[in-house]
Design a protein around this ligand. Structure first.
Ligand code: NAG
Ligand code: NAG
Ligand code: NAG
Ligand code: NAG
Ligand code: NAG
Ligand code: NAG
Ligand code: NAG
Ligand code: CA
Ligand code: CA
Length: 592
């Protein structure tokens, strides 16, 4: 009770003790001066029997200290011990609040240091002693361990233990933070840790929710940063302490790891990481986008993946295909809906989303904690709008011979390369050694290609961007992902007028008046396949008519013969030809 004294703030309630101390000191000084060398001790003897390896601070005059002690007489008999009292409070050292022996004996001490002090009577309770406790002229032995030291001039001490290389933002007043901490007293006694609660400690900074020292010590911190923050008691729990774990007037040491910081006023933050050259179109609300993304938390944890729950949480790379969605329509978290707008095909952007535009204060699943800021690295593969038509860009066009262009019904030959917008090659006609063939409008190629090949002249090269609803749709096709926008380069090799649907041959002019006679070359009244074939080929070569393009002429002529030879006896008669012609009259066309 004596050396440590009562709490400094309650000294006035104990005038007797203070009086005693003052008397003792007066007497002590007198005796000290009078004592001869070799006689009783002149000064306190200090034995530093345990000095901690690290001693960041030594006790100086005017500091406040907390310490434990055992007080014994020379014979080992205990006269006092701090352990017998429940609370130890701070007292100013070196200014006469303690017996002089103690004031001197504590100087230069480090936290966790252990000392043995031998205090001669004149630096203790002198020739008077303390009634009932300390006899006159007693030499006192103290074993002391220092627990805490601070000063009224102290400020919060911040040491940065680890600073991540990339600091997206630093804590400011008013921010909402999530952090982990270990809290200890200055002597290392743990009083609290966030880890025991299974989650981060989440709070506002600078808004009075935290002790003052913490409000200060967190400022300027980056996610992923580790700090040691030492807070003097007057910026912590002060005279009252906190419950049973923080004694009155205790300095606190926090080891803090910042996980996350945002401000309730934050909006989505965008950072373009890679922007392809020649970006002409930017995504707008209502577009349908295919993209890859990695999502992570602010301290670098992640990517979070294979989460049950809302689909935008999946890390698309773990699924080996893109994430596909409409944007700006509420199908994904609001921050993502905003963050994807304005992106270009091929762009890589980082989208930082505060929790109020993501999963809010409750988080979701077990990978997204409450109040978490989410950071997405997004790679836009393609996007389109359901209202899109084929985008046609002419790359080159032969200037002189471009008077005839393709139209519906034309039979065309073309070369093409087809790829996805990210450059992935899908198909090419060059693999087949011959151009692709198609009759425009015959539904044989995807709609977008059919459209893109119209109005083209031979030799022209075009680039076509075909949205999925004019290509392979949302389900895709072999080798084509669902909802993929396709890019074609096409080159028109040849163009011919097509034949009306169902026709194998058309006359360019009126058919010969005596058709059967013209066909029956040997005039025997029958037309076998050989005569028929010879006749048709002659018409074609004389430019009087033409066969259906895109099919082996022998096969076409064979098919025509079959149509005429009604009774299938291998020859056409005049009646058979007439029958067919009559039918054709009715249908008003010129087929044989
Ligand atoms: C005081 O004595 C107690 C009981 O013997 C012991 O546990 C404690 O460590 C001692 N304190 C100091 C500062 O030596
Ligand atoms: C808290 O202590 C634990 C156990 O020693 C350690 O793993 C963790 O990193 C510490 N946290 C901080 C923020 O220093
Ligand atoms: C996601 O992470 C993987 C693996 O680190 C990386 O290859 C990929 O480019 C990242 N994707 C995006 C969109 O940043
Ligand atoms: C992922 O995609 C790559 C390239 O398209 C393919 O080779 C691989 O087989 C796919 N893996 C799975 C698990 O689908
Ligand atoms: C978060 O959870 C609490 C308790 O389960 C609930 O009362 C609250 O409405 C939830 N908040 C939101 C934004 O969903
Ligand atoms: C197109 O030009 C070619 C060569 O100049 C010519 O032979 C052909 O008749 C022209 N075609 C049309 C439809 O004008
Ligand atoms: C397709 O790509 C090949 C190889 O790059 C190129 O030689 C060819 O001209 C391209 N074809 C078209 C129609 O663009
Ligand atoms: Ca004949
Ligand atoms: Ca016949």
């Amino acid at each position: 009770m004596f050396p440590a004294g009562p709490p400094i703030y309650s000294l006035l309630r104990l005038p007797l003790l203070q009086l005693l101390l003052l008397v003792v000191q007066a007497v002590g000084r007198g005796l000290g001066r009078a004592s001869p060398a070799g006689g009783p001790l002149e000064d306190v003897v200090i034995e530093r029997y345990h000095i901690p390896r690290a001693c960041p601070r030594e006790v100086q005059m005017g500091d406040f200290v907390r310490y434990h002690y055992n007080g014994t007489f020379e014979d080992g008999k205990k006269f006092d011990s701090s352990y017998d009292r429940n609370t130890l409070v701070a007292i100013v050292v070196g200014v006469g609040r303690l017996i002089t022996g103690m004031d001197r004996g504590l100087m230069g001490m480090c936290v966790n240091e252990r000392r043995r002090l031998i205090v001669p009577p004149h630096l203790g309770y002198g020739s008077i002693g303390l009634a009932g406790l300390i006899p006159p002229d007693a030499t006192l032995y103290f074993d002391v361990v220092l627990l805490d030291v601070w000063n009224k001039e102290d400020t919060v001490q911040v040491s940065i233990l680890l600073r991540p290389p990339h600091c997206p933002r630093m804590i400011q007043d008013g921010d909402f933070v999530r952090y982990h901490y270990n809290g200890t007293l200055l002597d290392g006694t743990s009083f609290d840790t966030s880890y025991s609660r299974g989650g981060t400690y989440d709070t506002y900074v600078g808004s009075g929710w935290l002790i003052k020292g913490m409000d200060q010590g967190l400022l300027g911190m980056c996610p992923g940063e580790r700090r040691k923050i030492i807070i003097p008691p007057f910026l912590a729990y002060g005279e009252k302490g906190y419950g049973t774990v923080i004694p009155p007037q205790a300095s606190l040491v926090f080891h803090v790891l910042l996980i996350d910081v945002h401000n309730p006023k934050d909006t989505v933050q965008l950072e373009t990481l890679e922007l392809p050259l020649g970006c002409v179109r930017r995504a707008v609300a209502g577009d349908f986008m295919r993209y890859h993304y990695n999502g992570s938390l602010m301290d670098g944890e992640g990517p979070f993946d294979s989460l049950p729950g809302p689909p935008a949480l999946y890390c698309s790379y773990s699924r080996n295909h893109t994430y596909n969605t409409y944007i700006g329509q509420g199908y994904i978290i609001p921050g993502m809906d905003q963050g994807l707008q304005g992106a270009c095909v091929g762009e890589r952007r980082r989208i930082t989303i505060p929790p109020h535009l993501a999963y809010g204060e409750n988080g979701t699943g077990d990978k997204i904690p409450g109040s978490a800021v989410l950071i997405f690295n997004v790679h836009v593969i393609d996007f389109h709008n359901p209202a899109d038509v084929v985008e046609i860009k002419t790359l080159s066009r032969p200037s002189e011979t471009c008077n005839e262009t393709t139209k519906l019904g034309d039979f065309v030959r073309y070369h093409y390369n087809c790829s996805l917008l990210d450059g992935t090659q899908l198909f090419t006609s060059h693999d087949y050694g011959a151009p692709q063939e198609a009759t425009l409008g015959a539904n044989k190629v995807i709609e977008g290609l059919d459209m893109g090949l119209q109005g083209m002249c031979v030799g022209e090269r075009r680039q076509l961007i075909v949205p999925p609803h004019l290509a392979h749709g949302e389900n895709g096709a072999r080798g084509v992902p669902g909802s993929a926008v396709l890019q074609f380069e096409v080159e028109l090799v040849s163009r011919e007028d097509g034949l009306p649907t169902g026709y194998l041959f058309v006359w360019h002019e009126d058919p010969p008046a005596n058709l059967f006679e013209d066909m029956d070359l040997n005039k025997d009244g029958e037309v076998p396949p050989e005569e028929f074939s010879t006749f048709i080929k002659a018409q074609v070569s004389e430019g009087k008519g033409r066969l259906m393009p895109g099919q082996d002429p022998e096969k076409t002529i064979g098919d025509m013969f079959q149509n005429q030879d009604r009774n299938q006896d291998g020859k056409i008669t005049v009646e058979e030809l007439k029958l067919k012609s009559d039918e054709d009259e009715e249908r008003v066309h010129e087929e044989l």
